[in-house]
Design a protein around this ligand. Structure first.
Ligand code: NI
Length: 164
């Protein structure tokens, strides 16, 4: 287990289309473990392989319900819309509002290359969409409506809401 260096916006790895995983080698298993460690260490809810410089179609997600590993994931169905703030470990300290589906169905493979389907709603749907975008070189800042803001500013807005 190891913490890997998270690439930040401007790094060419974040703009590449990642390659399909054909088989899960020991090397790939170690990568997945490292991605989980790196995500938890950074207090993120998701991480995609290109964010640690590996151009493979692998993402890890944990929205507080335990780790999810998605290999070669694809969204097969989407429903509704949610519009909320979103951030990315590759764009530290910033947030912006992005429109995403309220619900998604995602087909992927697990570490034994068994195909499975996962349904996500709310934050999980948002995380799935955000992480899958990374596999095609898309960063959420490309989809932000309005301005990117500093997280400190966002926390101040939250405080105002609570007082109101
Ligand atoms: Ni991200």
């Amino acid at each position: 287990m190891a913490i890997r260096n998270i690439r930040e916006l401007g790094d060419p790895c974040l703009r590449k289309v990642c390659k399909e995983v054909k088989n899960v080698s020991l090397r790939t298993k170690i990568l997945i473990e490292d991605m989980l460690d790196t995500m938890y260490e950074a207090n993120g809810v998701g991480l995609a392989a290109p964010q640690v410089g590996i151009l493979k179609r692998i993402v890890v997600i944990d929205v507080g319900e335990g780790p999810i590993v998605l290999i070669n994931p694809e969204i097969t169905d989407r429903e509704g819309t949610q519009f909320d703030y979103e951030g990315c470990l590759s764009v530290p300290g910033k947030s912006g509002k992005v429109s995403r589906p309220e619900k998604v169905v995602c087909r992927a493979f697990d570490e034994e290359m068994n195909e499975f389907e996962i349904e996500g709603e709310g934050l999980l749907a948002r995380a799935i969409c955000h992480e899958l975008d990374h596999l095609d070189g898309v960063v959420y800042v490309d989809r932000v409506e309005g301005e990117l803001i500093d997280n400190e500013q966002l926390m101040m807005e939250d405080d105002e809401d609570e007082e109101a």
